[in-house]
Design a protein around this ligand. Structure first.
Ligand code: GDP
Ligand code: MN
Length: 405
């Protein structure tokens, strides 16, 4: 689960990580109030307005309606409401949102930390993530912060420092010092970076996160180390014991079909293709998606209905797939192991009748226990559903349907 920058910064701060201070607002007037309050609390007279969406690249991103960037500087209180208005309610398009962009409902009004007195600000990159290959956490750091870190990793991988942390032992003091040293820091700045990394790791560990990305981490001229941006990814499987963090979920940021699927206990990921698929088991779902591509289609989704698929789950899956206007065909590929094929076939027929008015061709491939009985039920249902037993047969039918346009 992702959370917003303003929420992530609050979480970090509660673990002792120094942050660029800010106050969230959802109206231009609220933004002005926030700026006044920041002025009183921090003495800042310049303010950074930052669109709060679950995507990065906001600084270079543009609001469709106003052409404003997603991160802008206001050099006076008077400027704040006007600049806030150009972001709030708009659609922000960044390299991470895709061309359709994301609606901005909130902005973070933050203190300007690149203030004139801070003559030599330096931006670093710092992240902590789960490294599944080694079963440990890894800290990644770079002196090339602020800019596109993917580009740095690709063209100059030697500029990414990596330090693996054994999760059973936790971050050792020498490891934090090593990272700070490799970043070229000395004296007070080195000390502050060690504190920063230590607090950051503590926060990462205690929140059951799977990824923290702080880009940029800022070093000011007077050697303060601050988180200017914060991306926090929480491990969904641990949310049951992180109730306070689970409450930070913003459903508006998530795909509505994925939210609906989650309510029915379905494992659904929306994709951009034209063939909807419903499969039991994640591995079979992946293989099915490969097969769709092989016959010239593009999967419209990943949908794993789980081992105990029944008429209700099939119906819920159907409804979700049918809400996607790009879907030109649906392929149901179920292996009858725990659940018998004839029961799934009946589930498909029932779901079809209950939804009614389905104009998309459906191909059902049932294999396993009672496969023949299942195919018979489909074929004799009188509905626009074709059965298949082998994967090859199913693929050919999908291909034929796509060819008809
Ligand atoms: P992102 O583009 O979504 O990653 O958003 P960031 O929070 O990283 O901000 C983008 C850029 O805005 C940063 O790299 C900074 O250059 C700039 N920025 C952020 N905070 C400040 C600030 O306090 N003052 C100024 N002048 N620029 C800032
Ligand atoms: Mn950033």
């Amino acid at each position: 689960m992702n959370i917003h920058e303003y929420q992530a910064k609050e979480v970090l701060k509660s673990y002792g990580v120094k942050i660029q201070e800010g106050i969230v607002a959802d109206t231009p007037e609220g933004a002005l109030e926030a700026a006044k309050k920041l002025n009183a609390e921090t003495g800042t007279s310049w303010y950074v307005l930052k669109a709060q969406i679950h995507a990065g690249g906001r600084g270079k991103g543009k609001v469709k309606e106003t052409d404003s960037n997603g991160v802008v500087l206001a050099k006076s209180l008077e400027d704040v409401p006007e600049k806030a208005k150009n972001i709030l309610g708009g659609t922000l398009v960044t390299i991470q949102t895709g061309p359709e962009g994301k609606k901005v409902n909130k902005i973070l009004v933050a203190q300007d930390v690149y203030y004139p007195g801070n003559s030599e600000p330096k931006e670093y990159y710092l992240s902590i993530l789960l490294d599944r290959a080694t079963g440990s956490n890894v800290i990644m750091a770079s002196t090339e912060g602020g800019v596109d870190i993917e580009h740095v990793a690709e063209t100059t991988p030697e500029k990414i420092i990596k330090e693996w942390i054994d999760p059973r032992i936790g971050l050792q003091g020498f490891q934090a010092r090593k990272v700070a040293f490799k970043l070229g820091l000395e004296g007070n700045a080195h000390k502050e970076m060690v504190k920063f990394i230590t607090a950051l790791y503590r926060a990462y560990d205690a929140t059951d996160s799977s990824q923290f990305e702080i880009n940029p981490v800022l070093k000011t001229s007077d050697d303060q180390i601050l988180a200017v941006d914060a991306k926090v990814n929480l491990d969904d499987s641990a949310l049951y014991r992180q109730k306070n963090l689970a409450d930070l979920r913003d459903l508006e940021e998530e795909d509505p079909l994925e939210v609906e699927a989650g309510k029915s206990g379905l494992n659904y990921v929306k994709l951009d293709g034209n063939v909807g698929c419903m499969v039991n088991g994640a591995g079979l779902a992946m293989a099915t998606m490969d097969m769709i591509k092989l016959v010239g289609g593009e999967p419209a989704n990943f949908l794993d209905v789980g081992g105990g698929a029944n008429a209700q789950t099939v119906e819920a899956g159907f409804r979700i797939i049918l809400q996607d206007p790009n879907v030109k065909a649906i392929l149901i590929n179920v292996f009858g192991g725990i659940v018998r094929c004839d029961r799934i076939a009946n589930g498909v027929v029932e779901a079809y009748k209950s939804i009614g008015d389905i104009n998309v061709p459906i191909i059902v491939r049932l294999q396993g226990t009672n496969a023949e009985e299942g195919a018979k039920i489909i074929d004799e249902s009188g509905l626009k559903v074709q059965s298949a037993i082998t994967l090859k047969e199913a693929a050919e039918k999908v291909q034929a349907v796509l060819a008809q346009g």
